[in-house]
Ligand binder design. Structure first.
Ligand code: XMP
Length: 325
């Protein structure tokens, strides 16, 4: 029978046997896969592992700080915190087209990854949180014909945004490759990852940048981060977090008229996007209680400066997508 303890032990043996005295690079994303991966590798090879966290500036409020703190203070795993907020914001300044935005964020990510891995390296291996369904999906396309080993051609957390340059095609260490997502969650929980990471809803690689329609600015990011925090707080307060595939806020780059006290306002609307789904391929908009929507709406309009209206997205997928960009 499969137990998390046996899995952890077995992985550690396998990692040691494979890696020997070589150095491994890991890009931490904040999700359960890369966090579990970091834990296993650090247990197996200690400071032959370098954990790199590239902060694009598009994560949710306090998430980067909490992640770094968790690893350094609870797990005592050193993290190279690469502060790249300005770079990413500059890379997409003035860009309104969704695909162009994703493309530029992807390219910027690869550039930062390349620079930082050269600065911190050289490395022999790249640790990836590949899961069993990903292995099946990518079949043999990543196998080096000479050695028969799987090599990195893309970075998993940003799989849809372009490949790695040739000289960065490290060999791969993929200790999670036989696991399904629910098994990774079990392992993650058993090693002491907090529930907010273990149960984290899917979060796109480009993060909040694709939940701000049109141009992304520091001001809009701040507004969306504050609205998003309220959404999460109210969902958690109701114990509803696990009822949704995803529940999040989107900022629209238009303004509408409102009134607050005796003041006329002219500000952004926030869209609430709450969906249920099995796998993200299709999704249903969630039938949530009106009172709950009212609570979230009132808090957002009262507490987030720059927002005067909240709307609820009642489109399923298809024809809508889950994200708005
Ligand atoms: P859509 O919006 O296409 O999203 O219905 C389906 C699922 O995929 C997630 N998503 C992404 N995940 N990088 C990711 O890792 C991305 O660029 C990305 N875009 C969308 C989305 O959150 C949903 O769960």
């Amino acid at each position: 029978t499969w137990t998390t303890a046996a899995f952890v032990e077995q992985s550690i043996r396998e990692i040691r046997a494979k890696v020997g005295d070589k150095r491994v690079l890991l890009a931490l994303s904040g999700g359960v896969d890369s966090s579990t991966l970091a834990f296993l590798l650090y247990k197996a090879i200690g400071d032959q592992l370098t954990c790199m966290f590239i902060d694009q500036g598009f994560m949710r409020k306090e998430e980067p700080e909490r992640l770094v703190k968790l690893f350094q203070e609870q797990f005592h795993i050193p993290v190279e915190h690469v502060q790249a907020r300005e770079r990413f914001l500059n890379a997409i300044a003035g860009v309104t087209d969704p695909e162009e935005k994703r493309r530029r964020i992807g390219h910027e990510f690869i550039s930062v990854f390349e620079e930082e891995s050269k600065r911190l390296g050289p490395f022999d291996y790249l640790a990836q949180g590949t899961l069993y369904p990903d292995v099946i999906e990518s079949a043999d396309t990543n196998v080096d014909p000479k050695s028969g080993e799987r090599v990195a051609v893309k970075i998993k957390s940003h799989h849809n945004v372009g490949g790695l340059p040739k000289d960065l095609r490290f060999k791969l260490v993929e200790p999670l490759r036989k696991l399904f997502k629910d098994e990774v969650r079990k392992v993650g929980r058993s090693i002491g990852l907090p529930e907010e990471i273990v149960q984290r809803q899917p979060f796109p690689g480009p993060g909040l940048a694709i939940r701000i329609l049109g141009e992304v600015t520091a001001e809009r990011l701040e507004i969306l981060r504050d609205a998003d925090l309220i959404v999460r707080q109210e969902i958690n307060r109701q114990g509803m977090y696990n009822q949704f595939w995803q529940a999040f806020a989107v900022l629209l780059p238009i303004r509408s008229v409102g009134v607050m006290g005796d003041q006329r306002t002219y500000a952004y609307p926030i869209v609430l996007r709450f969906v249920s789904s099995e796998d993200g391929m299709t999704a249903d908009w969630a039938r949530v209680p009106y009172d709950f929507l009212e609570t979230v709406s009132t808090r957002i309009v009262n507490e987030v400066r720059g927002v005067n209206r909240v709307v609820y997205d009642i489109t399923s997928k298809p024809p809508g997508t889950i994200e708005w960009e």
